[in-house]
Ligand binder design. Structure first.
Ligand code: ADP
Ligand code: MG
Length: 350
C-alpha cells in the first residue's frame, strides 16, 4: 500500500468510491484509536453518512495490526440472518488458510460443511429461504464455535448493520430482527469466543432507528462507541492543498484559496471537500481561467454543488429519511430541511 505522505503524486478525486493508497488521506489517529479499543472491546464506529467510516474500515483491513486476521463484509443488502451466516462463511472461505483450518477443525463434520455450503447457495436465493429461525441460530452457533478453536485473533469488520436489521424486519419480522440482535450480542459476549472482535459500522442515530423494529438499547450497549468526526482543521487544510496540487496541477496555490474552500464547506469532510474542489476546477476550466479565485469557488458552490446537477451527490441523504423515520417524522424532518435550506435557519415556529 502506498503512503500518501511519501508519495509525490498526491491524492486524486475518489468521489463516492473507496479511497485506497495515496487517495486515502490520513485518519491515522482514528485508526489507532480503534485498534487500541479493540484490545478489550468490540466497537461501533458511527458517523453521518459519507464521513468516511467504510474508508477507515477498509484501511484497517488492508493494514491489520496486533496479529489480527481481518474479514470485511457489507451487510447492507442482506435480508435475513441466514445471509449473515452465509456471508461470514463465504468471507472466511475466500482465505485459503482458513479453508484448510475449517476442514481440519474437530467439531466440523462433513454433514455440517454440506449444510454451510447450502446456506451459501441460499444467499443467491435458490433455497432455504423458508428455514426456521432456530435453524440459522444452530448453524451460526456451531460455526462460530469452530472459529473459537482458531489459534489467533480474528476481526470481523461488519459495515451497515442498521440497514441489515431494518431489512430483516421488513422481509421477515421484527421478532426475527430482535432474535438476530440478541444472538449477535451473545456471541460478542461469549467467553469462548474471546479471540474474535467485531468492528461494526453504522450511521449516527442507530439507537433511535433500532427502536423502529422494537429493539432495545441493551442489544447493542456492550459496544464501545467511537464517533467519527470530520478532519481536523490542520488535516483538512493539508488535504485541500494536496488535492489542488494534484488535480488542479498548481505548483503554487493562489493565496487565500485553501481558506476559501474550507470556509465555504464549513466542516472539513473529505467527501464535501472533493465535490467543491472538483466543481470549482471545472468552473475554472470552463471559463478559460488558469487559476482559482474566490468568485469562481463561490459560483461553483451555489450554481453547481447546490444546484440540481449535483443531486446524485446528496440524494442518498434524502432517501434515508424514509428508511429511518416513520411517515410523520419523515415529514417533519423534510420540512425542517426545506426551511433551513431556504432561509439558512430554522425558527421552529411553523
Ligand atoms: N480519508 C479519506 N480520504 C479521502 N477521501 C475520503 C476519506 N474518507 C472518506 N473519503 C471520501 O468520502 C466518501 C465517503 O466515504 P465512506 O467511507 O464511504 O463514508 P461512510 O462509510 O461514512 O458513508 C468516499 O467515497 C471518499 O470519496
Ligand atoms: Mg459506508
Amino acid at each position: 500500500m502506498v503512503d500518501h505522505a511519501n508519495n509525490d503524486e498526491g491524492p486524486s478525486f475518489v468521489i463516492a468510491n473507496l479511497p485506497r493508497g495515496r487517495n486515502m488521506w490520513d485518519r491515522d489517529f482514528e485508526v489507532e484509536k480503534i485498534w487500541k479499543t479493540l484490545e478489550n472491546d468490540n466497537v461501533l464506529l458511527t458517523a453521518c453518512r459519507r464521513f468516511g467510516k467504510t474508508s477507515i474500515m477498509n484501511k484497517m483491513k488492508e493494514n491489520p495490526q496486533d496479529d489480527f486476521v481481518c474479514f470485511m463484509f457489507n451487510v447492507q443488502s442482506m435480508k435475513s440472518p441466514h445471509d449473515f451466516v452465509a456471508a461470514l462463511y463465504e468471507e472466511i472461505c475466500d482465505d485459503g488458510k482458513f479453508v484448510s483450518f475449517i476442514k481440519k477443525a474437530k467439531k466440523i463434520t462433513k454433514e455440517f460443511l454440506g449444510r454451510l455450503e447450502k446456506l451459501k447457495i441460499s444467499m443467491l436465493g435458490i433455497d432455504l429461504r423458508e428455514s426456521k429461525s432456530s435453524d440459522w441460530q444452530d448453524m451460526a452457533n456451531k460455526f462460530v464455535n469452530v472459529l473459537s478453536a482458531y489459534d489467533g485473533k480474528l476481526l470481523f469488520l461488519t459495515d451497515e448493520l442498521l440497514e441489515f436489521i431494518l431489512n430483516i424486519s421488513k422481509h421477515h419480522s421484527e421478532n426475527e430482527a430482535c432474535d438476530f440482535l440478541n444472538w449477535f450480542r451473545e456471541i460478542r459476549q461469549s467467553d469462548k469466543l474471546s479471540n474474535i472482535r467485531w468492528l461494526i459500522g453504522g450511521s449516527i442515530g442507530i439507537e433511535h432507528a433500532l427502536k423502529k423494529v422494537g429493539a432495545k438499547v441493551h442489544m447493542i450497549n456492550d459496544l464501545s462507541i467511537i464517533v467519527l468526526k470530520p478532519f481536523s482543521d490542520k488535516i483538512g487544510r493539508e488535504y485541500v492543498e494536496a488535492l489542488l496540487k494534484k488535480e488542479g496541477n498548481f505548483s503554487t496555490i493562489p493565496s487565500g484559496i485553501v481558506e476559501k474552500i474550507l470556509t465555504t464547506i464549513g466542516s472539513p469532510v473529505p467527501y464535501f471537500l472533493q465535490i467543491l474542489i472538483k466543481e470549482s476546477l471545472n468552473a475554472m476550466n470552463e471559463s478559460g481561467e488558469s487559476t482559482l479565485t474566490d468568485e469562481i469557488i463561490e459560483e461553483a458552490y451555489h450554481n453547481n454543488v447546490l444546484g440540481p446537477a449535483s443531486k446524485t451527490y446528496f440524494q442518498h441523504y434524502y432517501d434515508r429519511l424514509s428508511e429511518y423515520y416513520d411517515r410523520d417524522e419523515e415529514k417533519i424532518a423534510k420540512h425542517i430541511l426545506r426551511e433551513t435550506a431556504r432561509t439558512g435557519r430554522y425558527s421552529g415556529s411553523q
